[in-house]
Design a protein around this ligand. Structure first.
Ligand code: FES
Ligand SMILES: [Fe+2]
Length: 441
């Protein structure tokens, strides 16, 4: 039906612009769920969310309610949250421990932690001669077609075929290496719980904004300026400015021309990295102590390599934005064509001194949480963009900034010198979108 109405979806995407329907058409959204979010590798959660056998955490992949669960063999499985009897969700709570097995709350069918049927009340008398026999695979809770994890970060793909997780991640796996390597133990654990924000816009607006280096000094200028004023007052009174204010004032002091000095690296499958950071190696006693702990764990040379990794954001298309130097990520869960949930997660570096955690936590609260004005600034733009796009005021969204000046090397598109505000990441995302949406089934 959609194919009849929209002959060729690639007509909706040109290298430097995109039709508005890509954001507002409910049928295109359904097709996106089928061909993108229910096909490619999507982030489910971190293994430390389910540390013990029987621990589970529910998560939405595309339109599918799923359960991430730790099995008796310690392996993490991802199951459809659906009882094979009459369709009841087997887990009604967001998270918990189900014990030795799952028990459906409707008619008490029970299932092993890997989804296999365990028991049906009075199965022999009730189902004799029917298709419901113990060896019928339809009696099991269905599993995600593929589950894999990298350094504790669990992904699932609901399609049996496609690149494996490492091939899919490609260079963007550096996000997880950068998070974990900053721990002297090479591991992180999740900080329970996450923030959840529902934005009134299409999911792609969030992802496009993540590597949009043009917007911070405009969108967040008022927040940055207000923080700068207070920062200066405190500095005047006490002689030094607290780092937490710097996290916010940087949005006003890092001007557009400075953002242009950063760079984006755009990879296959729509992934992108924004380089540059506002400085995470102050010479205060806490940082110096942390550096000593890292040097002891890894040696001086490797410590330097870890701490000089120059990443601001890694975007793993189509559902994850990772801010690895500060151990936080945002998982994007589309709910409808004009409604998107983001989960904002934070991780603790195992073995790192407490003040380093506190500093990253401050950034999480001040910049990424629903309580901060930074987040509110962005949310307002997302809602206004979506409302404008739904109007008859125009047909196209432009991604033409620095178009034609990208540098392509071995399949990686780099923005040119002093073009950090290029819209190359959006062009790259829409290239991947078109490939997924028009792929032969
Ligand atoms: S719906 Fe689950 S046991 Fe009936
Ligand atoms: Fe922003």
């Amino acid at each position: 039906m959609l194919q009849q109405r929209i002959a060729d979806l690639s007509d909706y995407v040109e290298p430097d612009r995109v039709r508005k329907e890509v954001y507002t058409d409910a049928q295109i959204f359904e097709l996106e769920m089928e061909r993108i979010h229910e096909t490619v590798w999507i982030y489910c959660g971190h293994e430390s969310q389910v540390p013990k056998p029987g621990d589970y955490y529910t998560v939405q992949l595309g339109r599918q309610p799923m359960v991430m669960v730790r099995g008796k063999d310690q392996r993490v499985q991802v199951l459809y949250n659906r009882c094979p009897h009459r369709g009841n969700m087997i887990c009604g709570d967001r998270r918990g421990n189900t014990g030795e097995f799952f028990r459906c709350s409707y008619h008490a069918w029970t299932f092993q932690l890997d989804g296999r049927l365990r028991s049906i009340p009075m199965m022999e008398s009730g189902y004799q001669g029917t298709r419901w026999t113990r060896d019928n695979p339809d009696c099991n809770v269905k599993r995600a077609a593929r589950v894999a994890s990298y350094r504790g970060f669990v992904f699932a793909s609901l399609a049996a075929r496609g690149p494996d997780l490492l091939e899919f991640l490609g260079h963007s796996k550096i996000a997880f290496d950068d998070i974990c390597d900053r721990s002297p133990e090479g591991e992180v654990e999740v900080v329970p719980n996450c923030f959840r924000v529902i934005q009134r816009s299409n999911w792609k607006l969030f992802l496009e904004n993540q590597l949009d280096a043009l917007h911070p000094s405009v969108t967040h200028q008022s927040t940055g300026r207000a923080a700068r004023d207070v920062e200066l007052q405190i500095e005047k009174k006490t002689g030094h400015a607290p780092l937490s204010y710097h996290m916010l004032s940087a949005f006003a002091t890092v001007t557009i021309d400075k953002w242009d000095g950063f760079q984006t690296l755009n990879y296959p499958y729509g992934h992108c990295i924004l380089t540059g950071y506002m400085g995470l190696r102050p010479q205060d006693p806490d940082t110096l102590q942390y550096e000593r702990v890292l040097a002891k764990a890894y040696g001086e040379e490797k410590k330097e390599a870890i701490l000089s990794t120059n990443i601001h954001h890694v975007l793993i298309y189509p559902g994850l934005s990772v801010q690895s130097p500060l151990q936080q990520l945002r998982a994007v869960r589309p709910l409808g064509v004009d409604r998107t949930l983001t989960e904002i997660w934070h991780f603790r570096l195992k073995g790192a001194p407490e003040p380093i955690y506190r500093r990253a936590l401050a950034y999480y609260n001040l910049v990424n949480s629903p309580a901060t004005l930074i987040n509110a600034d962005d949310l307002e733009n997302f809602w206004k963009c979506h409302s404008g796009l739904a109007s008859d005021g125009g047909d196209w969204v432009s991604f033409a900034r620095h178009f034609g000046r990208d540098i392509e090397k071995d399949g990686v598109v780099e923005t040119g010198p002093n073009m950090g505000t290029s819209e190359a990441p959006m062009r790259n995302q829409m290239k991947a979108w078109t490939q997924y949406m028009t792929a032969e089934k």
